[in-house]
Ligand binder design. Structure first.
Ligand code: SF4
Length: 245
């Protein structure tokens, strides 16, 4: 899946320009009256600009898979988590698809998770998948239990079922964010491998704060929410990573 870092950087630049213009305007109106407040605003804006510039440089390095220390990754990850909603909003003003920004967010999230070490049992992982992976003509009720799949091989549910058997990992079909949250609360996994489109994956990863989540995008060769596809190797790689294999 091609991601364009230049679009992310463009959205960040637009945000920085808006920030400077906003601060400048406030400065003009307030400086004559409350000089202390305008100094505080200046310091705040300069601090935010420096943090965002730092984050953008680290993001650029991560994007091109250059070596970045895990501490810098962590700091960058925390910055991106916080600025993501604003950058995502700004991208809409300059005609950049929000999905481009979401792809960068998930890439940074995954790079950060992969920079850590875990040694979980595969039974303590859960894999969340969207319903649209199931072929739309299939009438089997895999949303309740993917073991209801008869393994005809038309869609990737059969590959997922095989992964489930091979690793004894729990796999759930999450038909929405609320259900995904409930599945996590009920099962208390040590880590999650979430498969979804850019929008759902980003909101899911931002929602779950206490345990590591690796995001895997599904591809949509037939358009949104119908007969989507996934790279099973990517899911298996995530299982092996969390179980230290
Ligand atoms: S692989 Fe399973 S879920 Fe997919 S179409 Fe075949 S029987 Fe249905």
């Amino acid at each position: 899946m091609m991601t364009d870092i230049r679009k992310y950087i463009r959205a960040v630049n637009v945000f920085l320009i808006m920030l400077v213009l906003g601060a400048f305007t406030i400065h003009i109106f307030l400086s004559n009256y409350i000089s202390l407040l305008s100094s505080v605003i200046n310091i705040l804006v300069i601090g935010i600009i420096l943090l965002i510039l730092f984050s953008t440089i680290i993001t650029y390095f991560i994007f091109y898979e250059k070596e970045v220390s895990k501490y810098l990754m962590k700091i960058n990850y925390l910055i991106i988590r916080n600025i993501f909603p604003v950058i995502s909003k700004v991208s809409g003003f300059v005609n950049i698809s929000k999905d481009e920004i979401r792809k960068i967010f998930i890439k940074i999230n995954n790079a950060y998770i992969y920079s850590n070490k875990y040694n979980f049992n595969s039974e303590d992982l859960i894999i969340l998948i969207p319903h649209c992976i199931q072929n739309h003509n299939c009438k089997l009720k895999v949303t309740n239990d993917i073991d209801n799949c008869k393994n005809c091989g038309i869609c990737k549910i059969s590959d997922l079922q095989q992964l489930k058997e091979k690793y004894n990992t729990k796999i759930f079909v999450a038909t929405g964010g609320t259900l995904a949250r409930k599945i996590i609360i009920d099962n208390k996994p040590k880590a999650v491998i979430a498969v979804a489109c850019e929008r759902d994956l980003t909101s899911g990863v931002r929602d779950i704060r206490k345990i590591p989540v690796l995001g895997v995008f599904n591809s949509r060769p037939n358009g949104p929410c119908i007969d989507t596809n996934i790279d099973i190797n990517e899911v298996e790689k995530a299982i092996n990573f969390f179980t230290c294999k």
